[in-house]
Design a protein around this ligand. Structure first.
Ligand code: XIL
Length: 954
């Protein structure tokens, strides 16, 4: 086996050099065992065995063997001169508990008086045993012999031993071809002087494989790493690490490292972890490409067992710390080892993450498979936990046959059979079912997702699924489950649907809020507003898939997640659980989507990246997120950050337009009090705003602003404080400074915001004028003359190049933007649209200034030839198809006219849009500069937070 590490425990050596018998003694009456210098194989000491009268007589020692550990045993023997040849053997005698004494041969050899003979063998016992003896006997009952250099080496557990392949010995070191590929040791090396060269691959999955059967233990986790490089003629390619396992003859393929870009000429490390969750008869690691059969090099492979940290038993159980049922999603591997312990310890409900979905339960029509489903349901119930069933009808993870050629009747019949079969099978064992999943699309006029379910049956699939589920198990609670229900538009679309179906008598018991959130957005108050809204429908509510991604976009990726971010996540969990506790009457359960970060689906969705969205870390230890849920007093204090744009405010308790350029930073609710806070920097000092929600006025109500240690307190009844619909507003001018605390007091409670305020440039503001729709042809009509002109002058790449003069109009629900670009040299050569000569228009209908994009935030790009591309959220579902544009070349540049419809808001005089414009300048195949109107961060494509503002005027 390649590169086995040093053994776990040291070898025991008996060399008799100290002149003693080193613990060996006689076995049998009259036997003598003497240390002697007469006959030594090495050094000057050996053992002489004499006085024997039976074959089983000889030298023995209490065996230094531990139960369950294998040992290699070697010894050297030689007969005393003049003795006839005999078989010398090493044997173990032991007495198993409750059994009779056994004698087991370890090694034997024919020995003469002519020279030393090596005896070697291995030994392992597994049953509890007493009186374990190792002894040396001879077939010649009276024969005398010498012994020397007896070595007992504990064998490592092969599932714990690392494997390394460095190919430095010029062999393939047990790597073998999966199919037709040729593996040759070569001199292209990551380290040292040799590596493995892989050529002649017949398919993307063909290449080098390593048999690791017996080297991974079930439930054990391994860290794997290998370095790869493309073959010399290959300009680009993606390589990854996979594993094939077979159980009961059926192969399964899993990706350990999703194929990733390997730039030509560079060594790239593929590293990841793998937990073996099944009994297998075949187990093979291999490197594959996502497509293509290009040659590549491989070097420095390692596989290491990760010793699990014990589950913490000195911290409270999450389920004991909350006033509702606490659940987790889980999959089959999570039931093993420490993951299983963690689940059993902290949760009172479990949701199979994949095993009850259609693709898992009915892969072919009428062929139901419940092996994994049953196993998981049994795991949960045998630990006294409830089970949530997830999910009966969904557009995803549903086999193609379900919809193939289906009329409405056929599809509903298939659905009925499926629902009836699953719900009947788990009747009485699954307390709540997600009957339909993700059926709402707030960007459709009727709020319904255009899935095959909907396209073929309209709403009838929902009606059928609920009806049949109720028939099959009248006691199960039936849920409609969806994500983004905390966003107002989706919330309302789901609300309308549930209201309508309930009015019809569809047996919907409850609404499941998935709650896949991120570190910044949306605020806990939006979650609370959703729970309060659905409470008016009189339905049960559950949080079904909670996690908090550390990313606000779908492209960024950390190598290590900053500790500060995990603390922030802890405070975010605290605020969420404050909401859940407050709303406990309405919330039957809260389920997190996985028990520990290492098993989170966000490690692969929407892209493979390090993410840590859950309560326990990769080692299953409690994170700040856990403490945020269980005991927030254990959280490190949070230093929040806020930008104070340059600005001047009239301090009169009226909300100036300037404040509306940004949203208020939330100060989370305690009791009935919450607030929003903002600041503007000026030469005169810091202007501050607090919008307080506090329905009951009393003497204690006040807001205290403390800047660099100097406090300024304003009472609710003070002059300049304004009453609002839900509480009161305070404005003040306080001293300049960066360390800011805002504390809002009510009788008995206080909420606060503590952090650092940084002065930044003013937010640019322009306006769009209401006019009849211009013709989109790149010709500058007279109507544009009415709109104010802005210019791009904020360089985010380079310091000179193409720029634009920009004007905006609006009409109905459409925004029109004109960009007159000065750019004498035009190029569409770069591969990426954003590197070609183009204009980008950024629009945020809510002016939410969120980190990350909301569903209706868009980046609309028009190239100088009029080609349109769009950026937005992951699927850009809310902004695709919302833009039309024309472009026309003119002397010295080009003109772009774009029309962007904004169906998610009603445009009116006074509406504020988050808005920005960027000009990309290409020369040849590269972008050489980029300039915006307002956003200086260069991150406008990921983050709407630094765009300027466009105000609609009459
Ligand atoms: C996810 C699982 O966790 C992944 O293992 C699987 O690859 C994809 O589905 N919303 C849902 C869940 O309702 O079913 C999804 O689960 C996560 C998003």
């Amino acid at each position: 086996m390649p590169g086995l590490s040093a053994h776990a425990a040291a070898d025991l050596t008996y060399d008799f050099e100290d002149g003693t018998a080193q613990g060996w003694g006689p076995r049998g009456d009259g036997v003598t065992v003497t240390a002697t210098a007469d006959a030594a194989r090495t050094g000057t000491g050996g053992l002489l065995v004499g006085g024997r009268t039976a074959t089983w007589h000889g030298a023995s020692i209490p065996a230094p063997f531990a139960r369950g550990v294998g040992y290699d045993v070697t010894a050297y023997a030689r007969l005393v001169s003049g003795q006839p040849a005999a078989t010398i053997a090493m044997t173990v005698q032991r007495t198993p508990t409750g059994g009779s004494t056994t004698y087991e041969r370890v090694a034997a050899a024919t020995v003469t008086d002519g020279g030393w003979v090596r005896l070697s063998g291995s030994y392992l016992f597994t049953a509890e045993s007493a009186d374990v003896q190792l002894y040396v006997e001879s077939s010649d009952a009276t024969g005398r012999y010498h012994l020397d250099d007896i070595v007992i080496s504990p064998q490592g557990d092969p599932t714990r031993e690392p494997i390394t392949s460095d190919f430095e010995d010029g062999t393939a070191q047990d790597w073998a071809s999966r199919a037709a590929a040729t593996l040759e040791p070569g001199t292209t090396a990551h380290a040292g002087t040799r590596g493995l060269t892989v050529t002649g691959r017949s398919a993307s999955w063909d290449g080098p494989a390593l048999n690791v059967l017996g080297r991974m233990g079930k439930g054990d986790k391994y860290a794997l790493s290998v370095w790869v490089r493309l073959g010399p003629e290959t300009p680009a390619g993606r390589l990854g690490l996979s594993i094939e396992r077979r159980s009961g003859g059926t192969p399964s393929y899993e990706r350990i490292v999703t194929p990733k870009e390997v730039p030509a000429g560079e060594w790239v490390q593929l590293s990841g972890t793998y937990t073996l969750a099944y009994d297998v008869e075949f187990l093979s690691l291999y490197v594959e490409s996502d497509t293509g059969t290009f040659p590549f090099h491989l070097d420095d492979f390692t596989m290491r067992w990760i010793e699990p940290k014990p589950v913490q038993t000195d911290i409270p159980r999450v389920r004991d710390a909350v006033p509702f049922t606490m659940g987790s999603a889980f999959t089959r591997p999570d039931t093993l080892g420490v993951h299983g312990e963690l689940l059993a310890r902290h949760f009172g409900s479990l949701t199979p993450g994949n095993e009850l979905k259609w693709d898992a339960t009915e892969p072919r029509e009428g062929e139901f498979t419940f092996t994994d489903g049953d196993y998981l349901v049994d795991f949960a119930t045998s630990h006294g936990m409830q089970v949530r069933g997830h999910t009966l009808a969904w557009h995803s993870q549903t086999p193609a046959w379900v919809f193939a050629g289906a009329s409405k009747e056929v599809l509903l019949q298939r659905l009925e059979t499926h629902v009836r079969t699953l719900v009947t099978r788990y009747k009485g064992r699954i307390a709540a079912w997600d009957v339909v999943n993700e059926v709402v699309d707030e960007n459709q006029p009727d709020g319904l997702r255009r899935s095959p379910w909907y396209e073929i049956t309209g709403l009838d699939f929902i009606r059928t699924a609920f009806r049949v589920a109720r028939e099959a198990d009248p006691d199960a609670k039936l849920f409609i489950n969806d994500y983004n229900t905390e966003f107002p538009r989706k919330r309302e679309a789901l609300y309308d649907l549930v209201e309508r179906l309930k009015a019809e008598g569809v047996p919907i018991d409850g609404v499941g809020h998935q709650l896949h959130l991120n570190i910044e957005h949306p605020p806990a108050s939006a979650v609370e507003a959703t729970i309060e809204r659905f409470a008016t429908l009189g339905v049960d509510q559950q949080v079904t898939e909670l996690d908090v991604s550390v990313y606000t976009d779908f492209v960024s990726s950390y190598d290590t997640i900053p500790a500060e971010l995990l603390v922030r996540q802890g405070h975010r969990y605290k605020e969420l659980f404050d909401v859940f506790r407050r709303q406990a009457d309405r919330l039957g359960s809260v389920t997190v989507w996985g028990e520990s970060d290492d098993v989170s689906w966000l490690r692969t969705w929407p892209i493979p990246r390090l993410n840590a969205p859950l309560l326990f870390d990769d080692d299953l230890q409690a994170k700040p997120a856990y403490w945020g849920v269980v005991d927030p007093s254990r959280l490190a204090p949070l230093v929040r950050r806020l930008e104070a744009p340059a600005g001047t405010i009239k301090v009169d308790g009226r909300r100036d337009l300037e404040w509306d350029l940004l949203p208020d930073a939330p100060i989370a609710r305690v009791g009935n009090v919450s607030a929003g806070f903002q600041a503007r920097s000026s030469a005169a000092g810091l202007y501050v705003l607090a919008e307080v929600t506090d329905p009951t006025a009393d003497q204690a109500d006040r807001v205290t602003f403390t800047v660099d240690g100097t406090a300024r307190s304003v009472g609710r009844g003070d002059r300049g404080v304004t009453r609002t619909a839900t509480g009161y507003r305070v404005e003040a001018l306080v001293g300049k400074g960066t360390d800011v605390d805002v504390t809002v007091r009510d009788r008995g409670t206080a909420i606060s915001w503590t952090g650092q305020v940084t002065a930044v440039p003013a937010i640019r503001l322009t306006s769009a004028v209401r006019r009849a729709a211009p013709v989109l042809d790149g010709v500058v009509d007279r109507a544009w003359g009415a709109a104010p002109e802005i210019r791009t002058a904020t360089w985010i790449q380079g310091s000179s190049g193409a720029t634009a003069k920009v004007r905006s109009l609006w009409s109905g629900s459409t925004l029109y933007v004109l960009a007159q670009v000065a750019d004498p040299v035009l190029s569409e050569e770069p591969a990426n649209a954003w590197e070609q000569d183009s204009v980008e228009i950024f629009v945020d209908p809510g002016n939410g200034k969120t980190k990350g994009y909301e569903d209706d935030d868009g980046q609309y790009r028009v190239s100088f030839t009029g080609r349109v591309t769009v950026g937005g959220t992951f699927d850009a579902g809310g902004v695709r198809d919302k833009v039309r544009a024309a472009a026309r070349a003119v002397p010295g540049g080009y003109v772009v006219e774009a029309a962007i419809t904004l169906p998610t808001i009603t445009l009116a005089e006074g509406t504020l849009l988050g808005f920005d414009v960027q000009v990309n300048d290409a020369v040849g195949a590269a972008r050489t500069s980029a300039v915006t109107w307002n956003d200086a961060t260069g991150r406008g494509y990921l983050d709407t937070g630094h765009w300027g503002v466009l105000r609609l005027s009459g």
